[in-house]
Design a protein around this ligand. Structure first.
Ligand SMILES: Nc1ncnc2c1ncn2[C@@H]1O[C@H](COP(=O)(O)OP(=O)(O)OP(=O)(O)O)[C@@H](O)[C@H]1O
Ligand SMILES: [Mg+2]
Length: 509
């Protein structure tokens, strides 16, 4: 076991400041050969910042303290240098080039070449082998921009592994993966561990932490507050250390009345844009009532997101069937159309559909409600500020101020801004696609409470989520999708994890 305890990565008294924020305040952290060390903490605790220091993205000189790799102090000035030292990192924000193929992305900048000529056959073969080895079913030729966010995440992981690093850093690598893919991924970590790779795992899903970690360290407000062996503690303990307070019920119990139908989707069929004879959605019908929370469960690619996108006018192309809002047949030609009629969509891909990263927190929150905040053509700045401040407080958005640029917020806090923005539009129907992805447990409870209260106040909520406990905990009714079709529908009392899983894998043709 001697080799097991060889420290390969060590951080000593790291301090990192941004204007107005001390993101890291003297943290210590280390990982040994063949060890998985999980890093837990609330949104904004400083986890990603530390990883960016390790990878050289925040170069030597921009932080205080020491970074040691294989026992020697290193002063990385960029990612290339950390890579050369054997560190590979999967960043929380996907960093792929959408216009390039999977293979091009994986081997970007280090294509195998002989005398300067890139051997593309070799690149494609190596990519295929790598993806196969990982159990990922993706074509090396696919354009990354055409892949779903989950598949993009797999490409990102493959890209890091192609480096043969001995230190692997994974910052929320599974947030967009399906349960089956997560199993594959966890198996892969175990294999790498056996091969001696040292791994830092950041994830808000504690079941993953306990599935593979040897050690757990908790960060709170830029400080490393506690470390323990995973086998010595349980989830309850980790949550308490993360949040720094006792967390009561995660899911709210709110008394409410469910009224009549508000949104009716009848026989919705959407053909696949490129594969003739295949449908993205096939004969999908459902109704949502005022005050109701309808959960949509299903595996990745089952058509869950497509339902939301299609009703919202965000999927172009032909579609058959009828969509009725308050009894009136509508056919939204664009998301703007849908927004004007009182719909709102919190997308799973916040970078693409949710935020203007250069803009401030307050402007992003009020972005979709500018019409409401404008009187006689003048924007009511005070109103905008007050609302933004209230949301920052209610959702515990960690930011130096409402004027801070959204791009400087941590991943989970950006997600909270997206939620605030759509909640403010006071929609009749609120579509949520993976609303708590990347959000810590404490803030999750806040979001569930707010969504519950919106439903109580008459909003119809349709929520797509891969997390079954979340679907079961929040929904009044659950719709299950498989292969673009509805394969199950359960009331809150009937629904169980087993039944949903059975329906999610039942192809009905
Ligand atoms: N470039 C930046 N400029 C200013 N502040 C920043 C910047 N990057 C991070 N911060 C701040 O530093 C703190 C730590 O952020 P970090 O991204 O490390 O959190 P995290 O633990 O990874 O959170 P999450 O779970 O949401 O991803 C936050 O308060 C964040 O707003
Ligand atoms: Mg982060």
């Amino acid at each position: 076991m001697a080799s097991q305890s060889t420290t390969v990565l060590e951080l000593r008294d790291i301090v990192k400041e941004f204007p107005g924020v001390r993101a890291l305040d003297g943290v210590r952290f280390d990982v040994c050969r063949g060890e998985v060390h999980a890093l837990c903490g609330e949104n904004g605790a400083g986890k990603s910042t530390l990883m960016k220091i390790i990878s050289g993205l925040y170069p030597f000189g921009s932080y205080a303290g020491d970074l040691l790799v294989d026992g020697a102090v290193r002063k990385f000035s960029g990612i290339k240098e950390s890579q050369a030292a054997g560190v590979a990192i999967v960043f929380q924000e996907l960093s792929l080039v959408r216009e390039l193929s999977v293979a091009e992305n994986i081997f970007l900048g280090r294509e195998p070449s002989t005398f300067g000529v890139i051997d593309w056959d070799d690149v494609h073969q190596r990519t295929s082998a790598l993806l196969r080895d990982l159990g990922f079913n993706i074509s090396p030729f696919a354009r990354v921009g055409d892949l779903g966010i989950g598949q993009q995440q797999m490409v990102e992981i493959a890209k890091a592994l192609a480096l043969n690093a001995h230190i692997l850093i994974l910052d929320e690598p599974t947030s967009a993966l399906s349960d089956t893919e997560i199993e594959v991924f966890l198996g892969m970590i175990r294999t790498l561990k056996q091969r001696g790779v040292a791994c830092v795992l950041i994830t808000h899903k504690l079941n993953e932490v306990f599935a593979v970690s040897d050690r757990i360290t908790v960060f709170r407000d830029g400080k490393s507050v506690v470390s323990y062996l995973a086998k010595d503690v349980n989830e309850h303990r980790v949550i308490a250390d993360m949040v720094g307070r006792e967390l009561k019920d995660l899911y709210p119990r709110i008394e409410k009345t469910i009224h009549g139908p508000i949104l009716e989707v009848q026989n919705l069929t959407v053909p696949h844009p490129t594969i003739p004879g295949r449908d993205l959605l096939h004969d999908v019908s459902f109704t949502v009532r005022k005050g109701e929370i309808l959960g949509i469960a299903g595996l990745m690619g089952s058509g869950r997101t497509e339902i939301l996108m299609s009703v919202f006018g965000a999927l172009h192309g032909k579609r058959k069937g009828a969509i009725k809002l308050e009894g009136e047949t509508l056919n939204f030609a664009s998301p703007q159309d849908a927004i004007n009629r009182g719909l709102a969509l919190v997308s799973e891909d916040r970078k693409r559909l949710g935020l203007v990263l250069e803009d401030s927190v307050s402007r992003n929150i009020s972005l979709a409600s500018l019409a409401k905040l404008t009187r006689f053509g003048v924007l009511d700045d005070d109103g905008e500020m007050k609302i933004a401040k209230d949301f920052v407080k209610d959702l515990r958005i960690k930011t130096p101020g409402i004027e801070a640029q959204v791009k400087n917020l941590s991943g989970g806090n950006q997600q909270k801004v997206v939620l605030a923005k759509w909640m403010l539009t006071k929609p009749k129907v609120l579509f949520l696609d993976e609303p708590t992805r990347g959000i810590d447990v404490g803030a999750r409870a806040e979001i569930y409470r707010i969504v519950g209260e919106m439903a109580r106040d008459g909003v119809a909520v349709v929520m797509v989520s891969s997390e079954l406990p979340e679907v079961l905990g929040l929904s009044d009714r659950v719709l299950v999708m498989c292969g673009g079709r509805v394969t199950g529908e359960f009331s809150r009392d009937e629904a169980t994890q087993e039944q949903i899983m059975a329906a999610a894998t039942r192809f009905s043709h």
